[in-house]
Each structure stands twice: as C-alpha cells, then as structure tokens.
Design a protein around this ligand. Structure first.
Ligand code: NAP
Length: 538
C-alpha cells in the first residue's frame, strides 16, 4: 500500500500496517519526516495542545522513554520527537522523501491505485492511505505587486530551515491567526520595527506555558492509561471532564470566577470548557467573549490599539488562538498595528506595503495567511476514482465523505482525519491514532475476507454528510467566516467541514460501523464490472 505523507498520521499508519504484515511505502514531499512540524518552523511555532497529550499512546516504551520539557511543546521538540519515532520504530526504510504525489487513478480492472509523482515515478498498490494533513496546503499570497518587492518575503508554513535574522530590520507580518499570534511577539523582540497588518482581530488565550518537572511527568505517566482514556472519550480529545452546567445556571459572580480560573490555567480551552452552552447559545458565548475582550483592554495600554485588537464575533467559532505575550507586544515602542479594515492593502511595492492610507517601508514581509484547510492537500492531487470521476468533481459543492474516512466512488482509499471527522476540532494525535487503528483493522479484515475493493456507498456518504451538517447547524460555528467553512479561500464552497459531535461519540460511531460488518460500505472479491454486479454487500 501507499501512504501519502510522513507526519503524525503517516508515521503511525506505516508502523501499524507494517506490523499487520502489509508491505507499505510512504511518499513524502519534504526532505524530512514530521509533516506540519517539518514545514512550520516560524519563530514561536508551538503546539497549543499539552505535550503530554499531543503524542502517541500506542507504545508503552515510547511513553516511558520520551520526556517533554514544556507544557506546550515548541516545534523543534515535536520534530525531534517525530524523528525519534521514525528511528525508534525503524520506519525510514519505507519512507521515500522528496517525492510529491501529483496524480492517483483507480484502475477498476485490477482494483488497484496507480500513483504518480512529480519526480516521474509510478507506483501500483491495492490500498492508499491519505495522510496528507489538514493544514498543509499553503494559501499563497496573491497581493498585487509582490514580484516588485525588493526585500525578502516568507510564508510561515514554508519557513527557511536555517531561520531568518530580523535584527535591525523593518518587518511586516500579515495575518493574525494562530500562526501570526505566535510569531509576532518573537519577531517584535528581534526586529527594529514591526508592522502588524490585521484584517480580523482574534481571541487569544494565554498559554501559561512552563517547564514540566520530573515529578509531574512521573505522576502523569503513572496515570497515563486513564488520562488517555478520558481524552479518547472527550469532546476535543483532551483529558478534561466535560462541563455540566450552562452559563446561566450559575450566578454572574460564579461565572466570572470560573472564567478567571480558566484564564489562570491557560490554554485553548481556558474559557470554552467552563459551560455546556458555550458553542450553542449566543448569550452564553457572549459572557465568555466579553470576559476575553476585557482582558485585552487591561493588557494593551493604548485604548485605540486595544479597540482595534478586540474581536466582536463569537468566541471559539473561529479557531481560538493561544499566545505567549501577544497582546503585551502592542505595548512595545517598535510595534505598530495597521487595521486593514480602515486602510486596506492596495498593493505591494518595491519598497514595502501600500495601503489606502500610507506606504510602509519594509525589509521583510512575513505572510501568516493560513491554509487551504482540510480539502486543499487532497485536491492538490489529481485523484480519479471509478469511471474517471475526479475528487474535485465529487467535492464540487464541498467535501463528501463517509465518517471522514472514505469517499464513495474512490475505493480502497482512506483519508486520515478527513473532512466529516472531528479532526481539527480535536487533539489531532488522539484522532489520528483512532483513524489509523480503524483503517488498519478494516484493511486487515478485508484481507481476511479476500476483498479486492472496498468502498463507501453513496447512500451512507449522503447520510453522513447530512448528519455532520445537522450537528454543525445546531451550533454557532457556521456563523463565523472561518477556514472551518472554507471561507478563507475565495471561491471555495462554504460547507462546515469538521464533525462537531465530539471525539468520544465519533469513535463509538466508527466502532459501531465496524461491528456491524462495515455497515455503509460495499466490497468485492472479483473484478468489478462497470455495473458493479459482482459486488458483495458487507
Ligand atoms: P488562519 O487562522 O487562517 O489565519 C490567517 C490570518 O491571515 C487571518 O488573520 C486572516 O485574516 C489573515 N489573512 C488571510 N488572507 C489575508 C489577506 N489577503 N489580507 C490580509 N490578511 C489576510 O491561519 P493560521 O494562523 O496559519 O492558522 C491556521 C490553523 O493552523 C489554526 O487555526 C490552527 O488550527 C493551526 N495552527 C495551530 C497552531 C498551534 O497548535 N499552536 C499554531 C499555528 C496554526 P481574516 O481572519 O480576516 O481572514
């Protein structure tokens, strides 16, 4: 089989499938393993899920031997972890680096995939596991005049491996999502002058990052099975008990106390884990949003700057950011915030960025403008299923999957943490382990049954798409113009892509499908005719 991508998903898929006796090769376009953590080397890059949870749990030995140094792991530490995993489980011999998959075609006669690469190789395989990541197709800057710029420019997700020295330079950061919010304090500390170009202000929670002490790690390790179990059954793949009260079931004073406690604890769920109705009630959400707005006003000394930084949309419906000293950065004399709503960018010039109000003279521009999320990395590959239908055609009105794992008309192809699964709303590593385990067990079962092809039915897919939409529509999520909806990419269909029902519920549904003999899938052992007559319903 071919596994596309050598990040968290691809590495584990290789390990798991190989241990089941399959021959597998991983094709990876980077010149190292690590996926998102290989590419995103911008200053300040750090995960905002706690390190002890943002890691594999499949190996007791790995859990025993790896020591995380901080509560939130920085990119170099995560990358060393993944390099360690690749060595520790002897994965590298099946990983082919600098190999970019450009085209995949399902050969119906032979029930196999033909996989073509940019480097001119063709692979034939029975199964394909798409471990391409949700945030790996980079949104490229399309500003008029960029080619005229005489300074240097960088995209945070394609950061030079030997870093960038900003000392003594005039720098712009365009974009204030999770990436910009992490990079801005670090760049501000180096650059002579930093201009931050903000289109939409974002909520950000304090990381409250700190070193992890050996005793604390030992305690976590002792209880790790229970900790992980809680994460697996939770909504977001993190080991915190779910809230049990609505925001208005407590007094205003108690609500404030709980938000303050969350703020002191820090992290992405600082406020969202306080009450059950955070994502469903406008009024409940507003109480948390107002608390977060008030913190910005307290931190940022200039009231005009504070106002520009203050978001007014619902909190949490765009991905909440986590920062280390982000709002404080605007108190520095070398940092200027430019509000693109008041003065939009007109073009990039030879000397810098020109807005409707001014020209900002720059040595460097950092684009922190995000990704074509969730579908981009799959659609970047010309994937052709039954009858030559392309995935782009199949998804013309938005992504359609069964369980976020499989696509009808695209047999023997699995997607890890695809659209329609909790994926980006969860701790990705917990979701990745669950998907890879499910996929591996499924393929092993298909081998046992002698199946040559295995495919989601269009009925099951349609039912799942409806279910995903129905759940999302009961929340505030679809009201935000977020990348969850594809709203950051011009022309992309606006469909809420992740599954909001939570990791625990989702896991039960996947297990139930398998228990019922892979209900909603069909499979066949013989050559498949165009009419599909040889199919055997599972
Ligand atoms: P993002 O959330 O999509 O943010 C992109 C930013 O660029 C937004 O502020 C956006 O403004 C702005 N932007 C985009 N196009 C622009 C344009 N043409 N002109 C001006 N501004 C423009 O991207 P991201 O910050 O890279 O984060 C993506 C996701 O990656 C996160 O949500 C998170 O899931 C993940 N991530 C995680 C971590 C972590 O774990 N710590 C760190 C970084 C990223 P608008 O809002 O107005 O569109």
């Amino acid at each position: 089989m071919i596994i596309v991508g050598a990040g968290f998903s691809g590495l584990y898929a290789l390990h798991r499938l190989r241990s089941l006796g399959f021959s597998a090769r991983v094709l990876e376009r980077g010149d190292g393993v690590g996926g998102t953590w290989f590419w995103n080397r911008y200053p300040g890059a750090r995960c905002d899920i706690e390190s002890v949870d943002y890691c594999y749990s499949f190996s007791e030995e790995l859990l025993d031997e790896w020591r995380w140094s901080e509560r939130y792991p920085a990119q170099p530490e995560i990358l060393s972890y993944l390099d360690h995993v690749a060595d520790r489980f002897d994965l590298r011999r099946e990983i082919q680096l600098e190999t970019e998959v450009t085209r995949m075609e399902f050969d119906e006669d032979a029930s196999r995939w033909l996989v073509d690469t940019e480097q001119g190789e063709r692979f034939a395989c029975r199964w394909c596991v798409m471990a391409v990541g949700n945030l790996s197709s980079v949104k490229r800057p399309s500003f008029a005049g960029l080619d005229d710029f005489r300074g240097e420019w960088f995209h945070t997700a394609r950061w030079p491996h030997d870093g960038v020295d900003f000392a003594g330079r005039s720098v712009a950061v365009i974009g204030t999502g999770s990436t910009g919010i992490q990079a801005i304090p670090q760049i501000a500390a180096q650059a002579e002058q930093l201009y931050v170009f903000q289109r939409t202000p974002n909520y950000s929670m304090p990381a409250q990052n700190r070193p992890l002490e050996p005793e604390e790690l030992a305690e976590i390790r002792r209880n790790y099975v229970e900790r992980r179990q809680l994460a697996k059954q939770s909504e977001a793949g993190v080991p915190f008990p779910a809230p049990d009260k609505g925001a208005f079931e407590v007094t205003p004073a108690e609500r404030r106390r709980m938000y303050e406690e969350g703020w002191r604890r820090g992290g992405i769920n600082s406020l969202s884990y306080a009450f059950t109705d955070f994502f469903t009630s406008h009024a409940a959400n507003s109480t948390a949003a107002e608390f977060a707005r008030q913190r910005i006003r307290e931190i940022v000394r200039d009231p005009d700057v504070a106002e520009t930084l203050t978001p007014y949309q619902h909190i949490g419906t765009k991905r909440t950011c986590v920062d280390i000293g982000y709002f404080e950065t605007y108190n520095r004399p070398n940092v200027q915030l430019i509000d693109l709503r008041r003065e939009p960018i007109e073009r990039i010039t030879a000397r810098g960025v020109r807005t409707s109000a001014d020209e900002y003279l720059l040595d460097c521009i950092v684009f922190a403008i995000g990704f074509d999320a969730m579908t981009g990395a799959l659609l970047d590959i010309d994937i052709r299923g039954r009858g030559g239908e392309t995935l782009r055609e199949h998804w013309a009105d938005g992504p359609r999957t069964y369980l976020g794992l499989a696509v009808s008309g695209f047999p023997n192809m699995f997607v890890v943490t695809g659209p329609g699964s909790p994926s980006v709303l969860s701790n990705m590593v917990v979701s990745i382990e669950q998907h890879v385990d499910w996929i591996s067990d499924c393929i092993a079962e298909m081998r046992r049954r002698g199946a040559r092809w295995f495919e989601a039915t269009s009925g099951a897919e349609a039912g799942w798409v409806d279910h995903v939409n129905e759940l999302a529509d009961a929340t505030l999520y679809p009201l935000a113009t977020s990348w969850y909806l594809g709203a950051n990419i011009p022309g992309k269909p606006r469909v809420f892509m992740p599954y909001v029902g939570g990791c625990g519920t989702y896991r039960q549904k996947c297990d139930e499908v398998a228990r019922r003999g892979y209900h909603g899938f069909r499979l066949g052992a013989g050559r498949q005719t165009a009419a599909g007559r040889e199919q055997v319903t599972a």
